[in-house]
Design a protein around this ligand. Structure first.
Ligand code: SF4
Length: 191
C-alpha cells in the first residue's frame, strides 16, 4: 500500500489530528472532561490535586468539573479526601483502577506514532508544542502548570536532611521529593 502524505497546513493537521483522537475519548464510559481529569491527577503534585486547580488546568467550568468528579468517583476511578489542616479543602487521588484506565488513554497513540521519529524527533516535537503552549498561556494570562525545575520557588537540594524530600519549595515551605519535583504544579511561577 502506498504511503499517504498529508497535504494539510500545520494548523489543519493539528486540528484534524486532535479531532480524530478526541473522537476516541467518547468511546466507552468516559467523556473528554473525565479523561482530562484522570490525566491531570496522574501528573500533578500533592499541592495541586484540588477541584479548583483541575478546573484551571482544563480551562473548564466549575459545573463540568464537579459533574466529572462525581462520575469518576462513582466509577471508582477517583477518590476524594480531606487535606490535613485545611477543613474545607478537598484532595483528589486516582485509585488503582483509575491508574489502570490510563493505559487505554486514546492520546497514547501519539507515543506510538512518534516512535519512528526517535529521541531527537520527540524532543523537537516537544519543544515546538511546548513553545506554542507557553506563548498561548502567557498571552492569555493563564497559569503555566510547569514543574519545579523551572519554578522560581524551587531550591534544589534545599532540604538535605529532611526525610520527606531533599528539595525545598519556598512557596509552600515544604520539602519536595525528586519524583514530585517532576510533576506539574498549580502554583508554578516561571523562574
Ligand atoms: S517549587 Fe514551584 S512548582 Fe515546585 S512545588 Fe513549589 S510552587 Fe510548585
Amino acid at each position: 500500500m502506498a504511503k499517504q502524505k498529508s497535504d494539510e497546513s500545520p494548523v489543519q493537521a493539528l486540528e484534524r489530528l486532535t479531532r480524530l483522537i478526541r473522537a476516541g475519548e467518547h468511546v466507552g464510559d468516559l467523556n473528554p472532561a473525565q479523561w482530562g481529569a484522570l490525566r491531570y491527577l496522574s501528573r500533578c503534585n500533592r499541592f495541586s490535586n484540588s477541584p479548583a486547580a483541575l478546573t484551571r488546568y482544563l480551562g473548564a467550568t466549575k459545573g463540568t468539573i464537579s459533574q466529572s468528579l462525581i462520575a469518576l468517583e462513582r466509577k471508582g476511578l477517583v477518590e476524594k479526601s480531606g487535606r490535613p489542616g485545611e477543613a474545607r479543602s478537598v484532595a483528589l487521588t486516582l485509585t488503582a483502577e483509575g491508574e489502570k484506565r490510563l493505559a487505554g488513554d486514546p492520546w497514547n497513540v501519539i507515543d506510538v506514532l512518534l516512535d519512528p521519529a526517535g529521541g531527537k524527533g520527540r524532543r523537537k516535537f516537544a519543544a515546538v508544542l511546548g513553545n506554542l503552549l507557553d506563548a498561548l498561556t502567557v498571552s492569555r494570562g493563564l497559569p503555566s502548570f510547569g514543574v519545579c525545575a523551572t519554578c522560581r520557588y524551587f531550591r534544589e537540594g534545599g532540604a538535605p536532611d529532611d526525610v520527606k524530600g531533599k528539595h525545598w519549595c519556598l512557596n509552600y515551605e515544604e520539602p519536595v521529593t525528586r519524583t514530585e519535583a517532576e510533576k506539574i504544579c498549580a502554583s508554578h511561577d516561571p523562574a
